[in-house]
Design a protein around this ligand. Structure first.
Ligand code: 4AD
Ligand code: MG
Length: 460
């Protein structure tokens, strides 16, 4: 079938005016009065839909078409007519409408408005709603913009494995991968019997393999799913999230923060240009003031503060927190948000955390207590990226691995990188869903990923 994308009608209308074309898609709404009818048709190519006008005189199945349900699939041929006096600048006058598959009264999306909770239960239909259509189109463009940003700067995109034998983030709980029949058996399991001859997990990060690649290409990034098995039911955690991780040689932490800030501004301004209709929709119906918020990010330099300074500020406000802080404690979401929303009122990097609350691979500072880490905190979200300058000293890295009770044997190749032409290098991990939440104004991470994996939820 030679069908025309509805998107093209909006971008190249002159080409189609007064011509007969074929469109195909799904009915968003249909109403008729016995002689005339109107169908609002979407084909998924554009946020806006096409109005089709049909009349009893022109089509031979008027009575059927007039009663067609929302969600039904149709093919329609007809003429594109200019309607400058109407809300929509053009419409189609139908010559023939073929019903491909009509929905019945069981179709759950008949009503215009549904709660987000209800829609999560029928996540397989979410892409058909205005809201999720906008979210997932922005998601697609955002991924494109990230690739574009790194491609333009000469980064190589590498694909790191999702199966790993090492728990490199420490503390983060991992999903175990096994081929053994583990349910309903009283058998003792020996890792040697596993397919890989050892314990294997779903990877929480591609960083370590990314570092190996950085020594070959100078600068790389990975972009794919990461897995965390923690049982946390929050609005910003999923057990499977998309993770963008650049790794750059000959770069220190300050330069890394410059790169992150440049990247954030690039993708935010890019998405406002690439998805004007969707962003307008979010600004009007999801987060009033979204454009002001995003422009505030574009027009300001991000804050930078050390963990120690941040704790001094937070301690003075301990009465406001559920979990009061002192030097050494982890900065939790409520503290992250206080720093970025109340103190800085813009994105802020927190640097140089105590080594006890960060991963083993971060560069140790002279003070013996802190490491060259940086977390980027966004107002309303909290941590959006986590990064660091990496430890390049073989002995220091080995000592830290031992101190933390990690197995040297699991990291032999990572340690070798520190012997074979090791150089200063840094990298970060961006939580793709977290930045998507910020950009769309959506407040629950479950609503920016197609089929969220969260505790007790792996339905689709
Ligand atoms: O801070 P994280 O754990 O850092 C790393 O994994 C490093 N290896 C990154 C690196 O230096 N290459 O995770 C990075 C980011 C977080 O800042 C957060 O945005 C996101 O990944 N993230 C999650 N997003 C959604 N759900 C979860 N459970 C997440 N855990 C981390
Ligand atoms: Mg982190």
């Amino acid at each position: 079938m030679k069908k025309t994308d509805i998107k093209l009608l909006y971008s190249e209308l002159e080409k189609f005016l007064n011509k007969e074309i074929i469109v195909a898609g799904w009915v968003k709404s249909c109403r008729g009065n016995g002689n005339f009818g109107f169908i609002d048709l979407t084909d998924g190519t554009y946020f806006k839909s096409l109005q089709i006008v049909f009349s009893k005189n022109d089509i031979n199945n008027f009575d059927l078409v007039e009663k067609i349900n929302t969600g039904s699939a149709i093919v329609c041929s007809g003429q594109i007519v200019s309607t400058p006096q109407n809300k929509q600048p053009f419409e189609m006058h139908a010559k023939e409408i073929n019903i491909i598959n009509a929905t019945d009264s069981e179709y759950p999306l008949q009503k215009k408005k549904h709660s987000l909770e209800f829609l999560r239960e029928i996540a397989y239909l979410r892409p058909r709603t205005n809201l999720f259509n906008a979210v997932f189109r922005v998601r697609s463009k955002l991924a494109y913009l990230l690739h574009e940003f790194f491609e333009e700067r000469g980064f190589v995109h590498v694909h790191t494995p999702l199966l790993t034998a090492s728990d490199c983030e420490g503390g983060s709980e991992l999903f175990k991968v096994t081929t053994q029949e583990i349910y309903n058996q009283n058998k003792k399991f020996d890792p040697k019997d596993e397919l890989f001859g050892k314990k294997v997990y779903l990877s929480p990060t591609g960083q370590l393999e990314g570092e190996a690649c950085a020594f070959g290409f100078g600068k790389i990034y990975t972009f794919g799913p990461s897995f965390r098995a923690e049982n946390s039911n929050t609005t910003r955690h999923v057990n499977e999230f998309w993770h963008l991780e650049p790794e750059i040689c000959f770069m220190n932490l300050d330069e890394l923060m410059d790169l992150e800030e440049e990247m954030m501004k690039y993708i935010i301004s890019g998405i406002m240009k690439k998805c004007p209709e969707e962003m307008e929709f979010f600004n009007n119906f999801v987060e009033k003031g979204l454009f002001d918020k995003l422009n505030n990010v574009l027009n300001n330099t991000f804050g930078r503060i050390s963990y120690t300074e941040a704790i001094e500020i937070l301690e003075k406000n301990n009465d406001k927190f559920e979990f009061p802080v002192k030097w050494g404690s982890d900065i939790q979401t409520e503290h992250e948000r206080y720093l970025s929303e109340v103190i800085f009122k813009k994105p802020v990097f927190v640097t140089d955390y105590p080594k006890e609350i960060k991963a083993f691979y971060m560069k140790q500072n002279e003070d013996g207590k802190t490491v060259r880490a940086c977390d980027l905190l966004f107002p309303g979200i909290g941590e959006v990226t986590g990064g660091s300058q990496r430890e390049t000293d073989y002995q220091k890295l080995l000592n830290r691995i031992n101190e933390l009770g990690l197995k040297e044997n699991d990291y032999w190749w990572y340690l070798n990188l520190r012997k074979f032409g090791s150089v200063e290098h840094s990298g970060f991990g961006l939580g793709f869903e977290r930045i998507l939440m910020y950009i769309t104004g959506i407040s629950n991470i479950r609503d920016v990923i197609l089929f969220p994996r969260t505790p007790n939820n792996c339905e689709f």
